[in-house]
Design a protein around this ligand. Structure first.
Ligand SMILES: [Zn+2]
Length: 232
């Protein structure tokens, strides 16, 4: 039923109420979202609009990958999460299995597992967002851009981060997309919510890791630096 048909068949007050509810909970650029919070919906719309306009290839990927946006309470300190349906082993588990494989059958299974791991970024999933991100427009936009960045990232994107840790590669790849879409200011504005251990350094920050020193450079790649540069 269209809005005009609705208008013709119902009293006016009820019609405008139904139309406003439809507008408040409908899809956002084709993506389902369970929240009526206008701050969050506006942020999702703004980020999706930029992805579509600036990175058509990433837009194609997220159309295939993001099943919906789900706004619900999360654990303390968590603002958002990209929940991929990938159900395979982690990189260290794959390495362990490959190392231990002896028989032809074991080697075949290990190679299959490795291929599945290489393909993990192509799996669909959902973007989960915590309602607390609605506290400011910048918070909402930064979180949405970062989580959509996770969905947009490919295995190659992660490799190019040259990160000493897989989790940090994924975080840097997500932030890189948020910057590409023009949300660098918003990402910087929520820097105090970062945990160095979980997210790795922010752009321009340095870190010491297993006796080596790194800087996350402007292209969101980990660059090895000297101890003197680190201490500067
Ligand atoms: Zn992240």
């Amino acid at each position: 039923m269209t809005a005009t048909e609705l208008r013709l068949s119902l009293p006016q007050g009820l019609t405008s109420f139904i139309i406003s509810v439809m507008a408040a909970t409908g899809k956002i650029l084709g993506f389902a979202c369970n929240s009526k919070n206008q701050q969050i919906r506006t942020a999702i719309r703004a980020v999706l609009g930029r992805v579509k306009a600036r990175t058509p290839r990433a837009w194609k990927r997220i159309l295939e990958k993001i099943q919906r946006f789900e706004v619900r309470k999360m654990a303390d300190g968590d603002l958002g999460e990209w929940i991929s349906e990938y159900d395979g082993p982690s990189m260290s588990e794959v390495a362990k299995i490959c190392f231990a494989a002896k028989t032809a059958a074991e080697i075949r299974a290990a190679l299959l597992m490795e291929a599945k791991f290489e393909d993990r970024t192509q799996w669909p999933g959902i973007v989960r967002l915590c309602p607390t991100i609605a506290r400011t427009a910048d918070y909402a936009v930064a979180t949405v851009a970062h989580e959509i960045g996770h969905a947009a990232a490919t295995a190659k994107d992660m490799q190019h981060r040259n990160a000493p840790d897989q989790e940090w590669a994924s975080e840097a790849a997500a932030d890189r997309y948020a910057y590409l879409w023009g949300f660098g200011r918003e990402i910087r504005s929520r820097i105090e919510t970062r945990s160095l251990g979980h997210h790795g350094p922010a752009r321009g920050q340095c870190i010491e890791w297993e006796g080596k020193y790194y800087r996350l450079n402007r292209r969101f790649s980990y660059e090895e630096i000297t101890e003197a540069e680190f201490r500067k």
